[in-house]
Design a protein around this ligand. Structure first.
Ligand code: PEP
Ligand code: MN
Length: 263
């Protein structure tokens, strides 16, 4: 169902006024994790001001260590809804299990299935039945075929609104957090009609590399980006080292306009 053979024309995923997969480059931005009302509203205002369309914010965080900040859960999702109401931004948040999905559908527009759950097939089926667009990240070590099969699990439940997200894969290289597989963008756009976006934040793990890789992703044909932005990255409870500060995000958005106009 997700292949180009099944459907020749590009699929568009519409969220409110925003169309992902069409002519407009759609940028999703916000903090890795929702930390407080003050932090989230500041982030929402600044990303909106710079031209983002979708606010990201994790409330159920899949952390490597059980001692790391795990997220504000439902309280965080209430803050996402409040930030959306104030700014008009659409929202995306990660779901990790049946409970978080059940809560998230009440508050956000797009459900994110993260890299660690890309082959959680029961979760994919539940996301497929939830009736909301799903942002499906590529697994840490997933092949393109495995990733597209994961999308097939969602679409086969009757939900065509899937956005694929390349977020870097595990390789021998440890100078960056992951290795951004940019070739996945044109390849997957050839193999599938689904929109493809890129996450340069998790792909690199280093804020200095985020804007250059964002520009490269757009040049390679990505339909959008998902970028971590924090009002004060030094104080972030999660992924501060890869989060852009407000000025860096605004500068990146400005540069992207020139690249988008050229492709
Ligand atoms: C995230 O977007 O916050 C996240 C945890 O991403 P990934 O699943 O790509 O690691
Ligand atoms: Mn993160």
């Amino acid at each position: 169902l997700v292949s180009r053979e099944a459907k020749e024309e590009d699929s568009l995923v519409t969220v409110g006024q925003t169309v992902i997969g069409g002519s407009e480059l759609v940028v999703c931005a916000g903090p890795c994790a929702v930390e407080s009302r003050e932090q989230l509203l500041a982030a929402a205002r600044l990303v909106k001001q710079a031209g983002a369309r979708v606010l990201r914010g994790g409330a159920f965080k899949p952390r490597t260590s059980p001692y790391s900040f795990q997220g504000l859960e439902e309280k965080g999702l209430q803050l996402m809804a409040e930030a959306a109401a104030e700014t008009g931004l659409a929202t995306v948040t990660e779901v990790v299990d049946a409970y978080s999905l059940e809560v998230a559908v009440q508050y956000v527009d797009i459900l994110q299935v993260g890299a660690r759950n890309m082959q959680n097939f029961r979760l994919l089926q539940m996301a497929g039945r939830a009736g909301k667009p799903v942002l499906l990240k590529r697994g840490l070590s997933a092949t393109i075929e495995e990733w597209l099969m994961a999308a097939e699990y969602i679409v086969s439940e009757g939900n065509e609104k899937v956005i694929l997200c390349e977020r870097g894969i595990r390789t021998f290289e440890n100078a960056t957090r992951n290795t951004l597989d940019l070739s996945a963008v044109p390849l997957v756009k050839n193999l599938s009609h689904l929109p493809v976006i890129v996450d340069p934040s998790h792909a690199t793990g280093d804020r200095r590399l985020v804007a250059p890789m964002a520009r490269a992703a757009v040049a390679a044909g990505a339909d959008g980006l998902i970028v971590e932005v924090h009002p004060d990255p030094a104080r972030a409870l999660c992924d501060g080292q890869q989060s852009l500060n407000p000025a860096q995000f605004a500068a990146m958005m400005q540069e992207l306009r020139a690249v988008a106009a050229a492709v």
